[in-house]
Design a protein around this ligand. Structure first.
Ligand code: ADP
Ligand code: MG
Length: 242
């Protein structure tokens, strides 16, 4: 395991919304070149966890460390700059800008910043990478659902993040798109990217994740290989509801 140094650590990460503890003293480590699956039933706190990591929401308690840097209190732009990029459960693109411009924004404001021509060249490369090389000049409103997902992924990749957070990137795809989507994420993994994958699609979790953290009602209830956690009784009970 020493071959995969820790890139990101959550230590007692907690988020309360009034009386609701959405994320409860959560601990886990994300290792370089690995895919960590963050799974659990709806409402278990997965998106909130990504919001804490990316700085979209301030943590109520606990620490989040990116390499040696405490990022817990930093604003989202600073965290992006330090190397965390994400996609959203509900795609968020700038509708008044083209596909290419959206991805250029990722290159300009990401971990490795590029400007002008360099940003454009790199954005084009990332759009090629996700299969959008021929749709550079379309408006966001002209895109199919999966293409909006591809563009958002290209935007996240464009900043060359140290950690990529994907929030149900595969949700809502038809079977053919799902196959393509899994292949795309697998290719990112094969490139050695470090990924936190929030996902419901079990086959994707099995085939893509090195380890899984399972949440239920804000709390980590299991951690281990996909095979181990998906056959864990408590995990099965959490998914089925009791
Ligand atoms: P998941 O992504 O696992 O489905 P979420 O992290 O979205 O779960 O939500 C966890 C819990 O926190 C849910 O009960 C949800 O209603 C609540 N929650 C999420 N965001 C907010 C918010 N901004 N304000 C109040 N409650 C929230
Ligand atoms: Mg969610």
């Amino acid at each position: 395991m020493t071959m995969h140094p820790t890139v990101l650590s959550l230590r007692g990460a907690t988020k309360r919304f009034g009386g609701l503890v959405a994320v409860n003293a959560l601990d886990f480590d994300v290792h370089e070149n690995q895919v960590l699956g963050l799974i659990g039933p709806n409402g278990s706190g997965k998106s909130t966890t990504l919001n804490l990591i990316s700085g979209a929401l301030p943590a109520t308690d606990g620490e989040i460390v990116l390499r040696d840097r405490d990022i817990t209190r930093l604003p989202p732009q600073a965290i992006a700059r330090l190397g965390v990029a994400r996609t959203f459960q509900l795609v968020r693109l700038l509708p008044s800008m083209s596909v290419l411009e959206n991805v250029m924004a990722g290159a300009v404001f990401g971990h490795r910043r590029r400007w002008g021509r360099a940003a454009e060249t790199h954005a084009r490369k990332m759009l090629d990478r996700v299969g959008m090389g021929r749709k550079l000049h379309l408006g966001i409103g002209q895109l199919t659902y999966i293409d909006t997902k591809r563009v958002e992924l290209a935007r996240a990749l464009a900043g060359e993040p140290r950690v990529l957070l994907l929030d149900e990137w595969l949700a809502g795809l038809n079977p053919t798109e799902l196959e393509e989507g899994v292949a795309l994420i697998r290719s990112l993994r094969d490139d050695g990217r470090t990924i936190v994958l929030v996902e419901h699609v079990m086959d994707a979790i099995r085939s893509l994740c090195d380890t899984c953290v399972v949440m239920a009602q804000g709390t980590k209830i299991a951690e281990g290989t996909p095979e181990a956690v998906l056959s864990d009784r408590e995990v099965i009970r959490a998914y089925l509801g009791d």
